[in-house]
Design a binder for this molecule. Structure first.
Ligand code: PLP
Length: 398
């Protein structure tokens, strides 16, 4: 049997690393809002696996659905050939909870692949090649998704990237002007998460929708982080009275298993069937186990009443997170950024929180902001405890 020391060494020796100093905690169990390390230390998961575990870790109904599906079949054949009950049921269920025009679901392996699929669909449908994307937006790390990522530091080393991408400022009038009859699609996060939680202006988002209609560009909204109740409604766009032409889902979509999706009208999706046939190909997208888990998780979310409690819990976080070292708290439901003076300050707070059993992190384009995106099942008492830990960890500076 391996020891903690062995695994630590093997992690550094054989698991590819993407940062010089990974957290390197060895978690041996997770349940609800808690993670447990090898020594039995408990961590309250304030980031929910980065907006994935909206119904908590290993919800019993999700585990049951996985076990039932395991008893039937796992992988059968590439996406789209066979009728697989969990896939069909989940697609129908998602369609029934989305606007009528979003009724055809293409399941992918990840959020990034969903982004790729949506870009291809928009090019195919419009015959155009240009894409309008936003500064400080994140849509995934593959070459296409990286091309529309809104930050030069993160993209530059991987050039050449896709041509014809226009990056513009979110919430700005210049964004509207950048959309022309050469634009295949506009891709925006409904709320810019990795920028450190920036919500769209209501009027601007409607103008963006209108400008897309006027020019024939598709509006793609990335709900990979904002979907599944995170912002207080099932889908983030519901709060803005705007319906996208294509919606991107991921993260919480799989109930803790890996999955993404791009969703459009059946008529639009049909364009992937010809010239060439197989307009997007994936072996594992829509895997039956992921669909079974995701569907069970969606049902739990809808029956639990947790989405209805998001605004109240958001207000509790806002009320409690007051400290001289905290410059600003930006919230959009249970997607929260706590802003400090610098990355160094934030990192010290994060490290102190983790040492005290509270798992948190920073945002990609806002390293001075502490990330809060817990399971929606988090209780008031757990919120109070988490905030007390953040405040005492912030005392370094005052
Ligand atoms: N879009 C948004 C808004 C995201 O936050 C992410 C992941 O963090 C992605 C896309 C990419 O998803 P994945 O990591 O599953 O490829």
């Amino acid at each position: 049997m391996s020891t903690g020391h062995d695994n630590h060494r093997l992690f550094h020796r054989h698991v590819a690393q993407t940062s010089p100093n990974p957290l390197g905690l060895e978690i041996v169990k997770a349940e609800g809002v808690y993670l447990y390390d090898r020594n039995g230390k408990e961590y309250l998961d304030l980031i929910g696996g980065i907006s994935v575990c909206n119904t908590g870790h290993r919800h019993p109904r999700v585990v049951e659905a996985i076990n039932e599906q395991t008893g039937r079949y796992l992988h059968l054949l590439v996406y789209g050939e066979l009728i697989q009950t969990p896939q069909v049921q989940y697609a129908a269920s998602l369609a029934s909870h989305l606007p009528e025009s979003l009724d055809s679901v293409y399941f992918t392996n990840s959020g990034a692949e969903a982004t790729e699929g949506a870009m291809k669909l928009a090019k195919r449908l419009t015959g155009r090649t240009e894409i309008v994307a936003f500064n400080k937006s994140y849509h995934g790390s593959t070459q296409g998704a990286l091309s529309i990522m809104g930050d030069e530091y993160w993209r530059n080393a991987f050039r050449p990237l896709l041509p014809g991408i226009h990056h513009v400022e979110y919430n700005s009038p210049e964004a509207l002007d950048a959309i022309t009859d050469r634009t295949a699609c506009v891709i925006a996060e409904t709320v810019q998460a990795e920028r450190g939680v920036f919500a769209p202006d209501r009027v601007w988002l409607r103008q963006l929708r209108q400008r897309c209609d006027d020019t024939g560009a598709l509006l793609v909204l990335d709900e990979i982080q904002t979907g599944f109740g995170r912002t207080g409604t099932l889908w983030g766009f519901q709060a803005y009275d705007v319906i996208p032409d294509v919606v991107l889902l991921g993260k919480a979509l799989g109930g803790g298993l890996p999955m993404g999706a791009f969703i459009a009208s059946r008529q639009r999706m049909w364009s992937l069937t010809g010239d060439p046939v197989l307009g997007h190909i994936t072996t594992f997208g829509g895997h039956p186990l992921c669909c079974a888990a995701g569907h069970a998780s969606l049902q739990v979310l809808l029956e639990s009443g947790w989405i209805e409690e998001v605004s109240r819990k958001e207000a509790l976080f806002r009320r409690l997170l007051v400290h001289p070292a905290i410059k600003e708290v930006r919230t959009c439901g249970l997607l929260i950024a706590v802003e400090y003076e610098s990355f160094e300050q934030n990192k010290r707070v994060i490290d102190a929180c983790i040492a005290a059993g509270l798992l948190t992190d920073w945002y990609l384009f806002a390293p001075h902001c502490l990330r809060i995106a817990p399971p929606l099942s988090i209780t008031d008492a757990q919120i109070e405890k988490a905030c007390a830990t953040i405040l005492s960890s912030s005392d370094f500076f005052h």
